[in-house]
Design a protein around this ligand. Structure first.
Ligand SMILES: [Zn+2]
Length: 200
């Protein structure tokens, strides 16, 4: 795929094929219609037509789930450190793709490339391939909370773990000491389970 720079406008005939290709990629990943119209400038009618032709069905109904910033960064009763590691990995893919290019990229194109890279990383990742993974709609919501897609103040930021050097996501409004690095948390948990097994 040809990279789309941030200067390219959807209505510009020179970039129409590139935006259409971007829309195809997002339809294949089953992005919500609203996400695709926002990122490509295509009309809702056109996106529905693409869904019919490429997927043989309509887009999944319902609004774009925004979730909360905490959902992506702080393990809860329904999520784990593996989940927050997934989220940190995806944001790292997004940032690194941006850093690797000389020009500022179109955010939709960067999202599609980052999601493709993230998916390939976890395709055969053993234990990390099990459980909840980001889908493209959650990836979009995560980028919004991290301040990459909208100009509002980012609720999430990345910090570097002093132990393992991973850059992981934290919620700005919560105390940093309560937000642990996911890799170190997983490692501590494995050690604890191993010790328990050893004693049993
Ligand atoms: Zn760590």
């Amino acid at each position: 795929m040809i990279p789309i720079p941030s200067s390219a406008r959807p209505g510009d005939v020179r970039w129409e094929p590139a935006f259409l290709e971007l829309a195809h990629g997002l339809v294949r990943l089953e992005a919500k219609t609203r996400v695709i119209t926002r990122l490509t400038g295509l009309s809702t009618r056109r996106v529905r037509e693409l869904y019919r032709v490429l997927q043989g069905k309509g887009a999944s109904p319902g609004p774009v789930r925004q979730s909360s910033a905490q959902f992506f960064a702080v393990p809860s009763a329904s999520t784990s450190s593996v989940w927050t590691l997934h989220c940190a990995t995806f944001v790292a893919c997004y940032e690194e793709i941006g850093n690797a290019c000389d020009v500022r990229l179109n955010r939709g194109w960067q999202l599609l490339m980052a999601f493709t890279t993230y998916s390939s990383l976890y395709a055969n990742a053993g234990p990390l391939a099990i459980g909840r993974r980001l889908d493209v709609n959650l990836a979009y919501a995560l980028l919004v909370h991290a301040g990459f897609l909208e100009s509002r103040q980012a609720e999430l930021q990345r910090v570097r773990c002093a132990t393992c050097m991973l850059r992981y996501l934290v919620v700005r409004s919560l105390p940093l000491e309560r937000q642990k690095c996911p890799v170190c948390s997983i490692s501590t948990n494995h050690l604890r389970l191993a010790r328990q097994g050893f004693r049993a």
